[in-house]
Write a protein that binds this ligand. Structure first.
Ligand SMILES: [Zn+2]
Length: 141
């Protein structure tokens, strides 16, 4: 999968998405067709169309579980994106759908994506809490 533009990497069933993965459905299906678990890390939450694509993917793979984490919400005021997250969160194969925690930030740091100072990390934690509150409001509505 080296050289693909739709993600930074695809290692051990992990997707590091830098754009809408719904634009790359066939590549995702190819890369993860036999995966029994997928971890998706993304800057933004999946949009409504991405949520639909992910659900289609999981619907055809009853044994495949999904863990999805993102740093912020994508256009959270739009109904299509909110209902997409609600439906994805209820999918029986989705084990976790959440904002980044220290675990995910550390994972990216360990991969050499960036280095956070203690002050930057504290600010990140505040933003994580802000986005998590908004996510909770959406999925519990
Ligand atoms: Zn999308």
């Amino acid at each position: 999968m080296a050289g693909t533009s739709w993600m930074q990497s695809c290692i051990q069933n992990q997707i590091f998405a830098i754009t809408h993965i719904c634009s790359y459905e066939s590549e995702v299906i190819f890369a993860f067709s036999r995966a029994v678990s997928v971890q998706l890390y993304s800057s933004f939450s999946p949009c409504g169309k991405c949520c639909q694509m992910i659900r289609r993917f999981l619907d055809h793979r009853s044994q495949c579980t999904l863990y999805i984490a993102f740093t912020s919400l994508y256009r959270a005021s739009e109904d299509i994106n909110r209902s997409g997250l609600q439906a994805l969160n209820k999918h029986r194969n989705v084990r976790l759908l959440d904002i980044f925690t220290n675990k995910e930030w550390r994972l990216l740091e360990d991969r050499g994506c960036f280095v956070l100072s203690p002050i930057a990390r504290a600010i990140m934690n505040e933003w994580d809490a802000h986005w998590r509150q908004k996510l909770i409001e959406i999925v519990t509505a």
